[in-house]
Design a protein around this ligand. Structure first.
Ligand code: ADP
Ligand code: MG
Length: 395
């Protein structure tokens, strides 16, 4: 990685502002944290800073409070969970840069850890307001960005603050950029991309960027129906983006021109309605009954895709092959995940739902890298420069 990390800068005895992504899922009814993966992912950076006797001031967003104080989006419960994980008190301010934040920061000892309130309570955060960035910077000597999941946004706490402080990557940010960067820039060939998920429109930039880098491209999920329709297949009531049919044809033509092995579904699990308890049948994609819809790839497609991956050295997977949230339509995604978990290839998984799939199966640790950043990893795979990364000091 060509950006400086916390290892490349003196943080000893310094006050360090760390942007973390503690945007954890919270149970609406109970207020409980459902999954603390995003908190545990930042622990290596926090531990390193504490070893260096630094004072750690954490800043994060939670949910979409849109520049207003929203009681249910306060970070105190998150600070509580972090405190449990660290075995220490983690005080949490009740504002972002006001009197409470100043008092909280002032109360911290060297080696101590504290949190500012949800930074999106401030209207200046998402506008990248320089005044807010300056106030945040005033708390510290060094800025560390460990919030890869928010790095695709140019906000005050991800980009603006770097105008006022030396800015470096934390360990999580470094790992994300290393793995995703290697896949995009310098992968061990042959390379395969598996692109699924709901819509072709949200994945088209990734498809186009990766087409020049892969030998194998496998298409699944809702977007596969648009590809099938583009080839003249009657996909019934399947999710189709009619304005993307030409895009799909372009991808098919470009894959052929480049000699890329393109995988499209040959069979499917079709349903009579978009519902968990829908009637499900396995049929060839050319036999979808009127009014029925494709909700997963079929077993022959899964086997075909797994066969096409034999001998591949690098795999990037973004987007499930079907509506994996419903058991009847999870088979394709699960079969592929199981095969990849035991493959010798370097497998990198990005995308919120795809990550949820492998975590739900309990096999996330079987892959080289499972990205914590949904939208950010997608933009990275599109070859875009992430503002939160660009703002960091070059090596
Ligand atoms: P990711 O978050 O991994 O990038 P997306 O957000 O693009 O993935 O898409 C994930 C969603 O796509 C899942 O919630 C899944 O239910 C849905 N999906 C997958 N296949 C289909 C399909 N055939 N029809 C409708 N929705 C689908
Ligand atoms: Mg998603």
């Amino acid at each position: 990685m060509n950006k400086k990390t916390i290892r490349d800068i003196d943080v000893k005895d310094k006050r360090v502002l760390v942007r973390v992504d503690f945007n954890v899922p919270i149970d609406n009814a109970t207020g409980d944290i459902i999954d603390d993966t995003r908190i545990t992912a930042a622990l290596p950076t926090i531990a390193y800073l504490r070893e260096q006797n630094a004072t750690v001031i954490l800043v994060s967003h939670l949910g979409r409070p849109d520049g207003k104080v929203v009681e249910s989006a306060r970070l105190a419960p998150v600070a509580g969970r972090l405190g449990d994980l660290l075995g220490m008190e983690v005080p949490c301010a009740s504002d972002v840069v006001g009197a409470s934040a100043q008092a909280t920061v002032a109360s911290l000892q060297a080696g101590g850890v504290g949190m500012l309130e949800n930074v999106r309570f401030e209207p200046g955060e998402e506008k990248n307001d320089p005044a807010l960035a300056k106030k945040l910077a005033s708390f510290a000597d060094v800025f560390v960005n460990d919030a890869f999941g928010t790095a695709h946004r140019a906000h005050a706490s991800t980009a603006g603050v770097a105008d006022h402080l030396p800015a470096v990557a934390g360990f999580l940010m470094e790992k994300e950029i290393d793995y995703l960067g290697r896949v995009v820039e310098d992968p061990e060939p042959p390379v395969a991309a598996i692109i699924g998920g709901a819509k072709i429109s949200s994945k088209i930039a990734v498809l186009q960027h990766l087409l020049s880098k892969v030998s194998v491209l496998l298409i699944g999920g809702g977007m596969a129906s648009t590809f099938l329709k583009a080839q003249g297949v009657d996909v019934g009531a399947s999710l189709v983006e009619d304005d993307q049919l030409d895009t799909a044809r372009d991808v098919i033509a470009e894959a052929a021109r480049r000699g890329v092995t393109l995988g499209l579904p040959v069979d499917a699990v079709v349903a009579d309605k978009f519902a968990e308890d829908a009637e499900a049948r396995i049929l060839n994609v050319t036999a979808v009954p009127d009014g029925w819809m494709i909700l997963d790839v079929g077993p022959n497609t899964a086997s075909d895709y797994i066969a096409k991956l034999v001998g591949v050295r690098t795999v990037v997977w973004n987007g499930p092959l079907g509506v994996f949230e419903w058991k009847a339509f999870a088979g394709g995604s699960r079969a592929l995940a199981t095969a990849l978990a035991t493959s010798q290839a370097t497998v990198v998984i990005g995308g919120g739902e795809t990550v949820a799939l492998v975590q739900g199966m309990g096999i996330a640790d079987k892959f080289a890298h499972v990205s914590t950043g949904g939208g950010a990893s997608l933009e990275f795979l599109e070859g875009r420069v992430l503002p939160g990364v660009a703002a960091l000091l070059d090596k």
